[in-house]
Ligand binder design. Structure first.
Ligand code: FES
Length: 362
């Protein structure tokens, strides 16, 4: 653990070494782990859909990482607040507790959960500081995991564009990765706070599996966990878009040609084919709105967010917080200019209203 900390942040490592305290938490956080590409992210969003639980972006904090800039970006917590918590904390475990408790409270949730695939390697540390933690081991068929690791990541986002990586790793290290990670977690089998869930069973009978899981973590079953895909808040992947692969997959599932799905995706403004910011601003540019001032509105947003007012297509701010674009008629022509921010619809928008809309966004 300490070696890992040293490589991440040397001043943090010094602080970690100085703080001899062994903070033992009274809390019962939920910890998800398992070999990468085993569905730990799927389980994360399912848990995060429970009204009591905040299972936000992967922090790697319990796996010894401390990267304040990453935390501030992923969790939308001001960096000063992160340093303040760090100075107040008795040790790293105490910092993790304070940081993730604050994150859960900000979202109105009672309990925090954390997902990082290789948590199993740190379970000794985790149980020492969080003896009431509930560890969920996600297991997936090794053949599928290995095939997925070999070509992961298939794409990277470069300058807002999806670029194929063409990665094809050798087979042997991928097999070893699955064996090593799975065996490490399996060593905890039989521990009262260890629970195993199999990816294949979870996708085949999610309700049954999630009910058992809720019993293990001591939470009431909530059907909202099955609606995980409806949630679009900042705790979800901010760059959700429909890739060509997804279009082809949907077409195959529905027995259609890809072009049929493609037409739909390109027609409706709620679908997109490239990644966007966490808050998506869409300004209508069709005739009524154009006459009603939508070009001035678009320009206003672009100037406020340091984007190019001349560009009509999707633009995303450097911090990934906002994207702005023109779209076609949003069916509110009588109250132009009309725009959307995420799922909210705004009519008769002035630059003054526009500023209020921006300040409401997290
Ligand atoms: S022209 Fe803008 S909503 Fe119809």
């Amino acid at each position: 653990m300490f070696e890992r900390l040293s490589t991440n942040n040397s001043s943090f490592a010094r602080w970690f070494r100085r703080t001899r305290s062994r903070y033992v938490s009274e809390q019962s956080p939920i910890i998800i782990g398992g070999c990468q590409r085993s569905g730990t992210t799927l389980l994360r969003v399912m848990l995060d859909s429970h009204p009591h639980i905040a299972c936000g972006p992967e922090s790697s904090l319990l796996a010894g990482s401390f990267l304040p800039h990453k935390l501030t970006k992923r969790f939308n917590v001001p960096i000063d607040e992160i340093w303040r918590l760090r100075q107040t904390a008795k040790d790293h475990a105490h910092f993790v507790e304070m940081f993730l408790t604050r994150y859960a409270a900000d979202r109105g949730r009672l309990r925090w959960a954390e997902k990082t695939p290789h948590h199993a390697r740190f379970l000794e540390y985790i149980f020492r500081h969080f003896p009431k933690a509930k560890f969920i081991h996600m297991v997936r068929d090794g053949r599928d995991v290995v095939c997925s690791i070999r070509t992961h990541p298939k794409h990277r986002i470069i300058d807002g564009k999806k670029v194929a990586t063409g990665i094809r790793k050798p087979l042997e290290p991928c097999i070893h990765a699955w064996l090593r990670e799975t065996a490490t977690a399996l060593r905890w089998q039989g521990h009262p706070n260890y629970f195993e869930i199999h990816y294949e069973e979870l996708v085949n009978s999610p309700e049954l599996q999630l009910q058992e899981l809720c019993e293990f973590i001591g939470e009431p079953w909530d059907p909202a966990m099955l609606e995980y895909h409806e949630e679009t808040g900042p705790s979800r992947d901010p760059t959700n878009f429909i890739s060509n692969e997804a279009t082809e997959w949907v077409a195959r599932k529905l027995g259609l040609q890809s072009i049929n799905v493609h037409e739909l995706v390109t027609f409706y403004p709620m679908f997109r084919q490239e990644p966007a910011g966490r808050n998506q601003i869409k300004v209508c540019r069709t005739l009524s709105c154009a006459l009603g001032g939508s070009y001035r509105l678009h320009e206003h947003f672009c100037q406020k967010l340091s984007l190019d007012p001349e560009k009509h297509g999707l633009q995303t701010t450097a911090d990934g917080k906002f994207s702005v674009e023109f779209v076609e008629c949003l069916a509110g022509c009588g109250t132009a200019p009309v725009m959307m921010c995420n799922d909210d619809f705004y009519e008769g928008v002035s630059p003054h209203n526009a500023n209020e809309i921006l300040t409401k966004c997290k």
